[in-house]
Design a protein around this ligand. Structure first.
Ligand SMILES: *Cc1c(COP(=O)(O)O)cnc(C)c1O
Length: 463
């Protein structure tokens, strides 16, 4: 008489109503993205209290929960898939990549091994090959597909730690850091917080960092680089999270190589300029680095959570992340977990492959170049309405301020309440600043013009 759980689940799958409802809600969300407040309204945030309900004693209705998500959840989402979200460095989402993931969700693959998902393993191989070609990386580069650059940087520095100790005859996997000769960590003052996190997680301790002074754009000063040696790890940045500035990879990587030092480039969003004819000069020398971190979910506009750990030293990466120093034998099959700290993983290669195949070389070039154009447009418009533009807009980031931190803070608050667009803040060289990141394919010239007007109005409101 009463259904078993299995009966209910099977009926859900067969009848498809859940999926059709989810699809209808998703399309409704996309259709209205432009009309809604970019940041949730106070009413939408207050309605989140409806989720504070007791755990149901018995299960509820699938359609009803989807309706609740659409009714009370969607309005409290940040409209970053629209054209006027400029916070953090978030990126929108390419339809083909979202659709491919949607489809692959039905496959529910575990990407750990070739044995658990031959299709994901194949697409990881293809993405690795395409990325080498697209970004002009050294041909021996391998890629680990992780959740984001936080983890990709961790992977790169773990590979560095393994390799430098291995050269000293010290197997760090077995012996750890107790009693080991210290390695040197050479990091720019403007490094991203995730670099320091990786250094802490790897047991080096952030007190060990030898900081290198940066210039007014946040670039490592080449003339302040300490002498490097074969127990040093140099961490560079391709794309400062505030200014978008790029370290001089060509000079710094060349010096590091000469000294036998390992170089890691944190290129979370910036490394994609390598695929853009007009901007590639910003990362000249990138192929000399030993490892890099890169995100799909920022500049490339894939869905979350797609990060990529790249290294020319396949053995070090695999040894650091997988087996305890034993030699890795390659078969014809790719086992993705060898290149990441994770074991069970989602099939991230599917949406990444879809993004790269959809865009092709020309599409990535145009996407990156357009983000740059829009950022330049923004900077010009903001300067014209009285803001001080603090950075050279080399890529997609614009840093602005008013005369005095107090005014900047008030202007930003007004702007964030406007619902027209959203930008965040930072402290830059002793000042409170507004950070504008143009990171979505969706952003048009008209979006920038409209947003710049909202900035100008906010500026005028706090004269
Ligand atoms: C976003 C970012 C990170 C962290 O990447 P996640 O994908 O969020 O883990 C690291 N470095 C830079 C420069 C970034 O912009």
């Amino acid at each position: 008489m009463s259904d078993t759980l299995r009966d209910r689940l099977y009926r859900d799958l067969q009848q498809r109503a859940l999926f059709l409802r989810a699809q209808a809600h998703a399309f409704d969300y996309a259709d209205h993205i432009d009309a809604r407040a970019v940041y949730p309204t106070p009413a939408a945030l207050a309605a989140l209290a409806h989720f504070d309900e007791p755990l149901p004693a018995v299960g509820g209705d699938g359609l009803e929960l989807l309706d609740q998500l659409h009714r009370e959840g969607a309005p409290a989402s940040v409209a970053q898939t629209g054209g006027r979200y400029f916070g953090y460095v978030n990126g929108g989402v390419l339809p083909a990549a979202a659709a491919a993931r949607w489809m692959a969700d039905f496959w529910d693959q575990n990407a750990a091994l070739h044995a658990t998902s031959p299709i994901n393993a194949k697409l990881e191989q293809v993405c690795q090959r395409w990325l080498i070609e697209l970004l002009g990386l050294a041909p021996e580069t391998v890629a680990g597909f992780v959740s984001g650059s936080s983890l990709a940087t961790f992977c790169g520095l773990a590979a560095a730690r393994y390799r430098l100790y291995q050269r000293m005859g010290w197997d760090v996997n077995r012996r750890g850091l107790y009693g080991a000769k210290p390695l040197r960590l050479i990091v720019g003052r403007e490094a991203h917080g995730t670099v320091m996190k990786a250094i802490a997680m790897l047991g080096f301790g952030t007190d060990q960092i030898e900081w290198v002074e940066t210039d007014d754009q946040g670039r490592m000063r080449v003339d302040r680089l300490p002498a490097l040696d074969d127990r040093s790890i140099l961490v560079l940045q391709a794309g400062n999270v505030c200014s978008g500035a790029f370290d001089d990879c060509a000079s710094l990587c060349a010096r590091a190589r000469e000294a036998g030092c390992w170089t890691h480039i944190d290129g979370a969003f910036g490394l994609w300029v390598a695929a853009c004819g007009e901007l590639r000069h910003l990362v000249a020398g990138l192929e000399l680095a030993d490892s890099c971190s890169l995100d799909g979910h920022k500049t490339l506009n894939t869905p979350y959570a797609i990060g990529i750990a790249l290294s020319r030293d396949s053995e070090a990466l695999c040894a650091a992340l997988h087996t305890s120093g034993s030699y890795i034998h390659y078969s014809g099959a790719r086992d993705g977990m060898l290149y990441t700290p994770e074991m069970s993983r989602s099939a991230r290669a599917v949406p990444l492959w879809a993004a790269l195949k959809y865009l092709g070389r020309a599409g990535v070039d145009e996407l990156v170049a357009t983000l740059h154009q829009r950022a330049l447009q923004f900077a010009t418009a903001l300067a014209a309405s009285g803001f001080e533009v603090l950075n050279d807009v080399v890529f997609n980031q614009v840093l602005i301020a008013c005369d005095g931190d107090a005014r900047t803070e008030k202007v930003l608050h007004t702007l964030q309440q406007s619902g027209v667009c959203w930008a965040g803040s930072a402290h830059w060289r002793g000042r409170f600043v507004i950070r504008v990141s143009v990171c979505s394919w969706m952003t048009t010239e008209a979006d920038v013009a409209r947003s710049a007007r909202a900035f100008a109005e906010a500026y005028g409101a706090h004269a």
